[in-house]
Ligand binder design. Structure first.
Ligand code: ADP
Ligand code: ZN
Length: 529
């Protein structure tokens, strides 16, 4: 048999002191490490900055053998391995960017038991030669990082992750840990099922990031708003500005530079040298603002990012949470600011419509977008809404814009009742259910082919809601869904009653809605065709 890398440290705390220079474990770290060191599996949901790396690196240093880390981003492996090597950890990676001799050297070192950690990209593990090689040595632990990539409904699906379910059979007896900073119940379930971890212990950390202040404004003149936001953060602070398109990244960076802000662009279309130069400046220097597409930031460990700004609406709450989570990893006060407008919504609906994917996938993407909009439109605490999305309870935080300056709201009871009674009538009288679009058409008294052919113009609520625009009605629908006053049901997400609907229909449950900011298209935002 080949040599196994010997245990480097007698105890987990030893490894933490010596390698990382920290005094004590944080949160669930110690319990997670115990579980793995004693040979059990684990699923770890921990927010960005929570300290996930220690959870699998320390077991690799304490157990005999080499820790295998599956990580989706080749670009990051290099940085992670460099950082570990600098701390005296014997780490290496196997990926497609290496030359044959480099790869051979890593393989030799692994088989000779000279590696504490080996990083591989997920696609490597569908390669039988790689699996055979790894089987010839000894693994101490298998870590699957960014485990949410296995979720087909999530925002970051990677097909290669689906093949990771059989790692338990390929490497029997090696404890496995799946880690992610995404915490929806659904992603959690998918990780458990698809990575086949039925026996795993689950560690779900609080997703609250109390030092981040959440602020969301309607888009009016987004460049001017962004500039004044950045200036209000003080001199010399580092920040990230997220935009959806490459052209918007470039234009925004140029504009900010003209305003005297040290802004640099980052997106996948830039030459590799420019990207790594820009990333290096951001990490090294003070006061650099990176304007980037969401390609930037995964795995970037810069603790003192003081703000994250979104000038376009993220596609999902998961994405928003992950991106804003890159602010304030050092625990110091930081701000997550966003501006969004009607044009964003129209554009994203069109992307979904024109994208590939079957009806069920599009339905899901629309639901993700609706949840994001519900966060934008909430009359209550943003943090409560955000944590609620991840299934966690919280009190109003006092550190978000809605807590600090309560928004204008209006009494939406009457429109809510009109909508619910339309749903009830269609269900009772005709055994039919519909999505928001058609219900709004009925309420606004539209004369569509569908309405005429189904004789929905004969319903008693037909035309009763003509006082609100289509956009206002959609906002009512989103906010009612977000407040649980009705629910989306079935494969097509048609609207149905929830437990709370009865109270609205009887008038005993108040319906407070945020004054709709999405009925005007802001200046500087493109109007949709
Ligand atoms: P994640 O992968 O969850 O985003 P990291 O593993 O990158 O988080 O850790 C975030 C930061 O916290 C890093 O700078 C890391 O060195 C630091 N850290 C991790 N564990 C501890 C600890 N026990 N004590 C102090 N700092 C820690
Ligand atoms: Zn709040």
């Amino acid at each position: 048999p080949r040599a196994a890398a010997p245990a480097r440290y007698a105890t987990a705390l030893d490894a933490l002191h010596t390698v990382y220079g920290y005094d004590s474990f944080r949160g669930d770290q110690a319990a997670i490490i115990d579980q793995l060191v004693s040979g059990g599996d684990a699923i770890v949901l921990m927010p960005t900055g929570g300290g996930k790396s220690v959870c699998y690196q320390v077991p690799a240093l304490v157990r005999e053998g080499t820790g295998l880390v599956v990580s989706p981003l080749i670009a990051l492996m290099h940085d992670q391995v460099d950082a570990l090597t600098a701390n005296g950890v014997r780490a290496a990676y196997l990926n497609s960017t290496q030359s044959a001799p480099e790869r051979a050297e890593v393989e030799r070192a692994y088989l000779a038991g000279e590696l504490d950690l080996i990083y591989v990209a997920p696609e490597r593990l569908s390669n039988t030669a790689t699996v055979r090689l790894l089987q010839q040595g000894t693994l101490s632990v298998i870590a699957i990082d960014e485990a949410h990539c296995v979720s087909q409904w999530g925002h970051d699906f990677r097909p290669d992750y689906l093949t990771l379910g059989d790692l338990g059979e390929k490497f029997p007896g090696v404890p496995r840990v799946a880690l992610t900073a995404t915490a929806t119940a659904e992603t959690h379930r998918e990780i458990t099922e698809r990575l086949r971890l039925p026996e795993a212990r689950h560690f779900v950390a609080s997703f609250d990031r109390p030092n981040i202040q959440y602020r969301i404004d309607p888009k009016v003149d987004v460049r001017a708003q962004l500039t004044s936001f950045i200036r209000s953060q003080g001199e010399g602070v580092a920040g990230i500005v997220y935009a959806l398109s490459r052209s918007s990244v470039e234009q925004t960076a140029t504009y900010l530079r003209e305003q005297g802000i040290d802004a640099i662009p980052y997106h996948a279309g830039l030459p590799a040298e420019v990207r790594s130069e820009n990333q290096a400046r951001f990490l090294r220097e003070d006061g650099v603002v990176v304007v980037a597409t969401i390609a930037f930031g995964m795995g970037i460990d810069k603790p003192d990012v003081r703000f994250v700004a979104h000038i376009d609406l993220p596609k999902s709450v998961e994405g928003y949470y992950q991106e804003t989570g890159r602010a304030g990893r050092d625990g110091e006060p930081s701000v997550a600011w966003m501006a969004y407008g009607l044009a964003d919504v129209v554009q994203q609906r069109r992307f979904i419509q024109q994208g590939d994917g079957d009806r069920a996938i599009k339905q899901r993407q629309n639901q993700h977008l609706d949840a994001m909009l519900a966060l934008c439109e909430t009359v209550s605490c943003r943090r409560q809404n955000l944590l609620g999305y991840f299934g966690q309870q919280a009190q109003p935080c006092g550190n978000c814009d809605t807590c600090l300056t309560p928004p204008e709201s209006w009494d939406g009871l009457i429109p809510a009742q009109k909508l619910l009674s339309t749903i009830v009538r269609l269900q009772r009288e005709r055994r039919q259910s519909f999505g928001a679009g058609h219900l709004i058409d009925i309420l606004r008294g539209a004369s569509t082919e569908r309405i005429r052919s189904m004789r929905h113009d004969e319903l008693s609520t037909y035309g009763l809601g003509a006082d609100l625009s289509d956009a206002q009605w959609r906002s009512v629908v989103r906010q009612m869904l977000a407040q649980g006053l009705m629910q989306a049901q079935g494969e097509y997400g048609t609207l149905g009653l929830s437990e709370a609907s009865a109270g609205v229909l009887s008038g005993s449950t108040p319906v407070q809605l945020r004054r709709d900011v999405l009925t005007r298209v802001g200046k500087g935002a493109k109007t949709a065709g």
